[in-house]
Design a protein around this ligand. Structure first.
Ligand code: FMN
Length: 180
């Protein structure tokens, strides 16, 4: 770091202290990031005829042309390395009331799809029944991002049910939307 950079960094740190912004470790950051509400998506596909998938609250719409969405995936994920090799991935935005589905699809052990109503698309994408949005995707690219990677998915098919309220994840809790 040059002297100018060091002075700049110290100045930013001083400003942050004045504003009451503290440097935070991963545990604090996870809690802090939880202030930002999100939906929850399931990304899933067939592997040898069996559904494989995981829940992800990091779903973001990215681009309209081309149609791209993203997920941030923990580098420790054991499911993503299986999914990323597949020709198609189903992405389902979970609806209000599907918190049990989310818990099941994020379980560390056992059959994640036991008790989950799902259907297969002809190309191998797995979609969760009664979700508010279905996207039929291929993996477009991956970008390294610290302890996560950003997976960009290209969207080939869309089936939206905008009248179905989404499941909301906020502060480690599942919540529902209220209309003001
Ligand atoms: C509400 C919720 C949101 C989650 N969002 C993500 C996410 O965006 N990215 C991610 O890598 N894991 C996310 N997870 C964790 C995964 O669903 C899963 O538990 C994790 O990948 C560990 O399993 P694996 O080793 O089979 O991948 C989330 C879990 C929950 C309960």
């Amino acid at each position: 770091m040059t002297a100018v950079d060091a002075r700049g960094t110290r100045r930013v740190q001083a400003l942050a202290r004045e504003a009451g912004v503290e440097a935070a470790g991963p545990v604090d950051l996870r809690k802090a990031y939880g202030c930002f509400p999100s939906g929850v998506a399931a990304v899933a596909a067939l592997v040898d005829g069996e559904p494989v998938g995981m829940a992800a609250s990091t779903f973001t719409a990215v681009s309209l042309e081309p149609a791209l969405v993203s997920l941030c995936i923990q580098r420790t994920s054991t499911t993503w390395p299986r999914l990323r090799e597949l020709p198609r991935l189903g992405l389902s935005v979970l609806a209000e009331g599907q918190d049990a589905v989310c818990r099941s699809l994020s379980a560390k052990a056992g059959d994640r799809f036991a008790g989950v109503a799902w259907e297969r698309h002809d190309d191998g994408a797995v979609l969760i029944q009664d979700a508010t949005l279905w996207l039929d995707c291929t993996l477009h690219s991956e970008l390294p991002a610290g302890d996560h990677l950003i997976a960009l998915l290209q969207v080939h098919g869309v089936h939206a049910q905008p009248e179905a309220a989404p499941l909301v994840f906020h502060g480690s809790l599942f919540r529902q939307l209220a209309t003001l």
